[in-house]
Design a protein around this ligand. Sequence first.
Ligand SMILES: Nc1ncnc2c1ncn2[C@@H]1O[C@H](COP(=O)(O)OP(=O)(O)O)[C@@H](O)[C@H]1O
Ligand code: SF4
Ligand SMILES: [Mg+2]
Length: 329
Amino acid sequence: MTVAEKKLLLDINDLKVHFNIMPASSWPWTKPGKLKAVDGVNIRLFEGETLGVVGESGCGKSTLARAIIGLVEATDGKAVWLGEDLTRMPASQKREKRKEIQMIFQDPLASLNPRMTIGEIIAEPLKTFYPQLSNDEVKEQVRAMMKRVGLLPNVINRYPHEFSGGQCQRIGIARALILKPKLVICDEPVSALDVSIQAQVVNLLKELQKEMGLSLIFIAHDLSVVKHISDRVLVMYLGNAVELAEGDKLFANPQHPYTKALMSAVPVPDPDKERSKQIQLLEGDLPSPMHPPSGCVFRTRCPISTESCAQQKPVLKGGDSHAVSCLQV
Ligand SMILES: Nc1ncnc2c1ncn2[C@@H]1O[C@H](COP(=O)(O)OP(=O)(O)O)[C@@H](O)[C@H]1O
Ligand code: SF4
Ligand SMILES: [Mg+2]
């Protein structure tokens, strides 16, 4: 099925999240500076698809995720979920949407309440949203979900610190899926895990997605991780979406100079190709989102920038299957 034939779940339109930051030594009349964590992102997410989101640390991936789920307030723009704008909803209505949109966090142990047993952690969303369920019904659903994510039901009364990072992430996944959501936003769910465990967790998410017809937003700072799970990939740089494409198109034919640089650093399995490969190193540091460059935010590190790149801000152009934000493409 092509993107155009799928049902639209989430339509993010010019979404901005700007934080007000006071300088360390400021006078009472000093105006706060603006940190542009997310600065006008447009993406559409379809039913059953996995959208990978990649970019360097600090480029706004988590803030974008948190704005969608309502953990931070959007400064401007829209995030329309099945026809309703999540950014303008009253808190009570937003909370209701947690039945449909759930999140999995990067640090599996820190995201679990240390004073609750595994059973209580996984049951909590069920008890909150379906208080009419009996204890036995809740327990039955929790045990079934534990089994589904590869946890033995006899550990139901243990505490998070008794588990490894990979197992804690399975607990986080069980908790996120117990309400049978339509979308799960996974914010770097494997970044804190050993490489050997990462593939197990990615494969589990892939299986669950297929089985439950879930949509996933899968955030990572590493392209090789998103490659295995994503139908489409969004590349972010300094709060902006620079390229969005179907996975195979992006990996075979990256268009944006930033994506090209990221891609050149991904190891290829063929040792001869790997040896002869040219890695495109990016010059300079990531600029501060407090003072992003004028025009194209990538221009200070772009190998093909021209004078017009300082004057004009490019927009993401193209369709849902491949769009690029660059004045030269
Ligand atoms: N609550 C906040 N207050 C102020 N600045 C924030 C806040 N959350 C994130 N930021 C800043 O926003 C930018 C994007 O952060 P983040 O979304 O966490 O990036 P990523 O997830 O890509 O690493 C960073 O510069 C970060 O310091
Ligand atoms: S708009 Fe200019 S600076 Fe930005 S990526 Fe394209 S060529 Fe480079
Ligand atoms: Mg993050």
